[in-house]
Design a protein around this ligand. Structure first.
Ligand code: P6P
Length: 332
């Protein structure tokens, strides 16, 4: 079968960006390159003891930084700075945003927000992890350093978003607002091939993903929805399965393919939820809506939330449209 490469696909789709000077294509190419480098390290993390373990620091989230987190963060930042197509980067691993200093970067039109390696606590147990990214046009003047306002735009302003999942195979899944496409990496030749064209969230599903260890800390509506999923006597439903990997990208990716809902709700210990709006929930929400699913905080559309800080958290209900609507009906 004649599979298209990511490179061919980017060129073909460049026409989607009238007046595009190719900057956006170069940005995706930067992502692709850094993704290959990170993938190489992730795939041998079990062997490369110098990579495993923590650097002894904690990031702004108070989470212990694994060496691979820091490595991935550095690789993506370096790739974007060298490509010269973003003026700055907001990352989970960095307390504040990074504004590049070169003239080339300060003349760039885009900014990128990312979680360079989400779920990194799973590295030592060989569970799939992922990179999540969100791309905006800058709102600050071109030719000057990036400003905080560039990174605090609503999710509806995203021009692209996606993730790389480092799993049994490595995949890049992204949207530029014209549907969602998945590319599988062939490490033998170092190429991503279009393996999942036009990905769509099944309207319904049988999988619910939530950390049930937190259930007694959740609002009653969440408890009621989980009970609904577990109630085998309810006439209007089929038996559900609880699947929770503890790695957002892995749970999301499985639900995108099989149908399902992922919930990280408000809890007593995390009143705004655990996940971050700008570089986890917004990019996955953009992908979700492009794939026909829904993404809310339980009550409102994720992409309508007005951000006011870089590492802002939000409750997150994401996945198959009918399941997210059903869960929301318990929260009204
Ligand atoms: P908990 C990983 O730290 C992460 O950000 C997501 O990848 C994952 O879904 C979630 O947190 C797991 O959190 O509190 O259930 O362990």
């Amino acid at each position: 079968m004649n599979l298209r490469t990511l490179g061919e696909f980017i060129v073909e789709r460049q026409a989607d960006f009238p007046g595009s000077s190719g900057d956006f294509s170069r940005l995706l190419s930067g992502l692709r390159l850094a993704g290959k480098i990170v993938n190489q390290q992730v795939n041998k993390a079990g062997l490369a003891k110098h990579i495993l373990g923590s650097v002894g620091n904690t990031n702004v989230q108070g989470e212990e930084q694994q060496k691979l987190d820091v490595f991935a963060d550095n690789q993506f930042i370096k790739a974007f700075e060298n490509q010269g197509v973003v003026c700055g980067v907001g990352s989970e691993e960095n307390d504040t945003y990074i504004a590049f200093e070169s003239e080339k970067c300060q003349n760039a039109k885009y900014v990128i927000l990312m979680d360079p390696l989400d779920g990194s606590s799973n590295i030592d147990v060989n569970v799939s992890i992922g990179t999540i990214f969100s791309i905006f046009r800058r709102v600050s003047p071109v030719g000057e350093p990036a400003q905080l306002e560039d990174f605090l735009q609503k999710g509806t302003e995203q021009v692209a978003a996606g993730y790389i999942i480092y799993g049994s195979s490595t995949m890049l899944v992204y949207t530029t607002g014209n549907g969602v496409n998945g590319f599988t990496y062939d490490p033998g030749i170092g190429v991503f091939f279009l393996s999942h064209p036009n990905m769509q969230f099944p309207e319904d599903g049988k999988i619910y993903s939530i950390n049930e260890g937190n259930i007694n800390q959740c609002e009653q509506g969440v408890v009621d929805y989980v009970n609904y999923c577990q109630d085998t006597n309810a006439s209007d439903k089929h038996p559900y399965s609880g699947r929770y990997i503890g790695s957002l990208v892995a749970d999301f990716h499985r639900n995108l393919i099989k149908g399902g809902i992922y919930i990280y709700p408000s809890t007593q210990s995390a009143p705004n939820g655990k996940l971050r709006l700008q570089y986890e929930c917004n990019p996955l929400a953009f992908l979700t809506e492009q794939a026909g699913g829904l993404a809310t905080d339980g009550r409102q559309r994720i992409m309508d939330i007005d951000p006011n800080e870089l590492h802002q958290r939000t409750p997150f209900f994401v996945g198959s449209k009918n399941m997210v609507n059903k869960a929301g009906s318990f929260l009204k």
